[in-house]
Structures are given as C-alpha cells and as structure tokens.
Write a protein that binds this ligand. Structure first.
Ligand code: C2E
Ligand code: CA
Ligand code: CA
Ligand code: CA
Length: 279
C-alpha cells in the first residue's frame, strides 16, 4: 500500500527512535567497556622511503567487548563523540599511547618510533585537552617531540576554541598532523592559521597513482606544498609496491599503508623494529 504523508513521517520517526535507542544502548555498553578495560590500541607503522624504515606509528583504537567480536572505531567513535564518552575514552587513549611511546623510547632510544594520536572534534573543543596531554607526557617521562596529535580540518573549523587548543598543544612541543589532507573545503586556508607540522595526504589521492596524469599532479602538488612550507608529507593508504615506487619518484619521503604493515599490537612493533626494513 502507498504510504500517506502521515504514515511516512511516523515510519521515519520510528526509524529515528530505533537509531536513538541503539545509540543509547551502544553508548552505555561503551561506558561499561571503558570501565572494564575492553579497549586496545593497535599501531600502524609510518615508514621513511625508499628504505621502509619505521620512523613512527599511528595509534588506532579497537573495542573488544567481552561478549562479541572486535568493533571498529568507524562504528563506535561517532557514538562516543555524541555521548561525550570520547572525553574519557580519549584520555585513556592519550595515556596508553604515551605509555607505549615511553616504552619504545626506553628500549630503542632514538630509533623508537614517534607516536601519532588521533583526536576528534569534540576533544578539541575541550579546553582541558592540552593539560591532559602535558600530564601524560610528564607521567611517562616522554619528550613532546615524540608525540604528534592528528586532527582533521572539520574539527578545527568546529569553533575558535578548537584553533586555540591546537595552538596550545603545539606550544607544548608536540607535532600537529592534518589528517585526511586535501579532502576538506579549506585545507589550504587552514595552513595559514593552524600550527601544523605534518600533512597526511588522504588515501583517495594515493589510490590512483599510475592511473591518470591528473591524480599524479594532485599528489605531486600536495607534497610540494608540504615541502615549500617546511612540513612533512605522509602518503596514506599505500597498498601496492607500484604506488610506493611512484611515491618516491613524486618526492614523497614518508608513507603508511597495508603494503608496509597493517595495524598491530605494540609488541609486534618492537619485533618489527629489530627486524630488517619493511621494503
Ligand atoms: P584515520 O585516522 O584516517 O586512520 C586510517 C585508517 O585507514 C585506519 O582505519 C587504518 O587501519 C586504515 N588503513 C591504513 N592503511 C590502509 C590501507 O592501505 N588501505 C586501507 N583500505 N585502509 C588503510 P581504522 O583503524 O579502522 O580507523 C578508522 C578511523 O577511526 C580513523 O581514520 C580515525 O578517524 C578513527 N580512529 C581510529 N582510532 C582512533 C582514536 O584513537 N581516536 C579517534 N578520535 N579516532 C580514531
Ligand atoms: Ca589518523
Ligand atoms: Ca587519515
Ligand atoms: Ca580518515
């Protein structure tokens, strides 16, 4: 039967309620999960080209509920942001990543990888964030240069507060990486106001290398912009040897992706650091 306008909107409402209910349940489960220690960090290597030496790692969170399979951050980070849990979860992530970074600093010295930590828009709106990072650094005896905070441009544009928080973070001495660079509307404008140290060139610009001349022109321009401004450029989502080889030719010095290594537990990173280079 054809839905009338009223029925249509009622059906729409029910769907929304179901989603809201699901979100509330998921938010409560996330809270319990945090209290029970069900979150883990994986680390994905960032390598220096062409040798493939590990110079950094990106911390990527996973949820292991006691009663089910591992849950992807793509599913729970938005819920954690909405419910506000991202503040406590984010604090746990920052502390754990700093603890692991300090371990690598102790065991491997300068060869220990620098650690990138993702923070979401909601966290950047929290004026306590720089203090939280400073506390974690001192708690673990970690030099600020060993940490880079990854932000997205939408997060910075979420409000003026976010920009001043980024400036405070940078003043601590930690690096600032602009994540998914090139995918937003104002990436270039942001480079004038935001104290960025690294551009993470989005996978979408890396996927089509060896494809079209236009793709290569964009990928080249983004690495040129970084070089001109004295920033590092990291190519994200490198999956093939062909891409890695072409990136070297296009002037990229840093890369990350399944071709080099998948996200792995901290202990695997220690093993990889003492093994030969990844390329
Ligand atoms: P992101 O920050 O852009 O992280 C990169 C994502 O791409 C990761 O997915 C990583 O596993 C995946 N990836 C890396 N190399 C390749 C590749 O060669 N091919 C493909 N297809 N994918 C690749 P993951 O771990 O599922 O994380 C997804 C997103 O969830 C992240 O995107 C980030 O936005 C968010 N996220 C993850 N961990 C955290 C965290 O600790 N805090 C916050 N706020 N967000 C996080
Ligand atoms: Ca990231
Ligand atoms: Ca990214
Ligand atoms: Ca992303």
């Amino acid at each position: 039967a054809k839905l009338t306008g009223a029925n249509r909107s009622r059906e729409h409402c029910t769907e929304l309620d179901a989603t809201a209910e699901h979100h509330a349940e998921l938010a409560a489960a996330l809270r319990r999960g945090l209290d029970r220690g069900e979150f883990r960090l994986l680390y994905q290597p960032i390598v220096e080209l062409p040798a493939g030496t590990i110079v950094g790692v990106e911390a990527l969170v996973r949820w292991h509920p006691s009663d089910g399979p591992v849950v992807s951050p793509v599913e729970f980070i938005p819920v954690a942001e909405h419910s506000g849990l991202i503040i406590d979860l984010g604090a746990w992530i920052i502390n754990q990543a700093c603890a692991d970074a300090a371990g690598w600093q102790d065991r491997h010295g300068d060869a220990g990888p620098r650690v990138n930590i993702n923070v979401s828009a909601r966290q950047l709106l929290d004026p306590d964030l720089p203090g939280l990072v400073a506390d974690a650094l001192s708690r673990h005896g970690l030099a600020p240069e060993r940490i880079t905070i990854e932000i997205t441009e939408t997060a910075v544009f979420a409000g003026g507060v976010a920009l001043s928080t980024v400036r405070e973070l940078r003043e601590l001495g930690v690096g600032i990486a602009l994540d998914d660079f090139g995918t937003g509307h104002s990436s270039l404008t942001l480079l004038r106001t935001c104290p960025v140290t690294t551009l993470k060139v989005d996978k979408s610009f890396i996927d089509d290398l060896n494809g079209t001349a236009e793709q290569e022109a964009i990928a080249t321009s983004l690495s040129t912009i970084a070089a001109t401004l004295g920033l590092r450029a990291v190519a994200e989502g490198v999956e093939t040897r062909e891409q890695a080889d072409r990136l070297v030719e296009l002037g990229y010095r840093y890369a990350q992706g399944y071709y080099f290594a998948r996200p792995a537990p901290a202990a695997d990173i220690d093993a990889a650091l003492t093994a030969p280079a990844l390329v």
